[in-house]
Design a protein around this ligand. Structure first.
Ligand code: UGY
Ligand code: MN
Length: 248
């Protein structure tokens, strides 16, 4: 028997690695016949929320956004989504961005459908429209090489304009591919591994990570990753953007 006092998860003041072995489910009003894990949240000092939902048959996610926008991504399976009356079937790799002050309903899932969400309080910018509902499919989004390295590919899922204050990207690393530098930046990240494995350096500590793991990186948490193994490592990640500098 495995000793149950071991885990790869850590929670520190400026980063966390959360592996599924420590999940304890939460109830979210309006989200029924599903298991919900709140992986990243302001309780840990973050300014985003990241949840992971597994829907059972007849599962439903029903709600209305207020101050926070929500990005929903189908990790596995399929369901029907309706956002502000706009209905679409969603399957693995597809997503919908739900802006503030909108209604949403996800229903008729295949048993075991997995959905990842990123939530952020929306900061409006004077002179720019609040974004509308946006459906998309990662399979149709180009993945150009990152900073000229063919071992790294970056897909940008949301439009690159100043109406948006968050980005969601998918980063693919071939085995042996690695970030070209240790990143040190004001933007915060939440991420989840969709495939593969590797080693993440967070604030000069080293963590083995793999499919299903999530990471939170606070602003200025130093970060570097290298992919290992026989298949590419892929993670989807959140980043707050377009609302700097500060008033100082
Ligand atoms: O967009 C980013 O900051 C990205 N390169 N960071 C990361 O993957 N840790
Ligand atoms: Mn980064």
């Amino acid at each position: 028997m495995e000793i149950s006092a071991l885990t790869r998860s850590v929670v520190k003041s400026n980063h966390a690695v959360i592996s599924p072995d420590g999940y304890i489910n939460s109830k979210v009003p309006g989200w029924t016949n599903c298991t919900v894990n709140v992986i990243i949240n302001e309780q840990m000092g973050a300014r985003l929320c990241q949840t992971f939902i597994t829907l059972h048959k007849d599962g439903k996610l029903e709600g209305a956004t207020k101050a926070s926008q929500i990005f929903f991504y189908i990790v596995k399976g399929q369901c029907e989504a309706t956002v502000n009356g706009e209905e679409k079937p969603l399957t693995q790799g597809q997503f919908v961005y739900v802006p503030v002050n909108a209604n949403y309903l996800f229903k008729s899932p295949e048993e075991g459908t997995q959905i990842l969400t990123f939530h952020k309080v929306y900061e409006k910018l004077n002179g720019y429209e609040v974004p509308g509902v946006l459906y998309g499919d990662a399979a149709t989004i180009a993945g150009p090489t990152y900073l000229g390295d063919p071992a790294l590919r970056l897909q940008v899922l949301l439009p690159d304009n100043l109406s948006f204050d968050m980005a969601v990207n998918i980063f693919t690393y071939d085995p042996g591919g690695h970030l070209p530098m240790v990143e040190t930046h004001i933007m915060e990240h939440g991420l989840m591994y969709l495939q593969g494995q590797g080693v993440y350096m967070l604030d000069h500590q080293w963590y083995p990570v793999k499919k299903g793991d999530s990471i939170w990186m606070a602003p200025y948490c130093q970060q570097w990753f290298t992919a290992m193994g026989k298949e590419p490592a892929v993670y989807i990640y959140y980043k707050n953007i377009n609302r700097f500098p500060t008033v100082v």
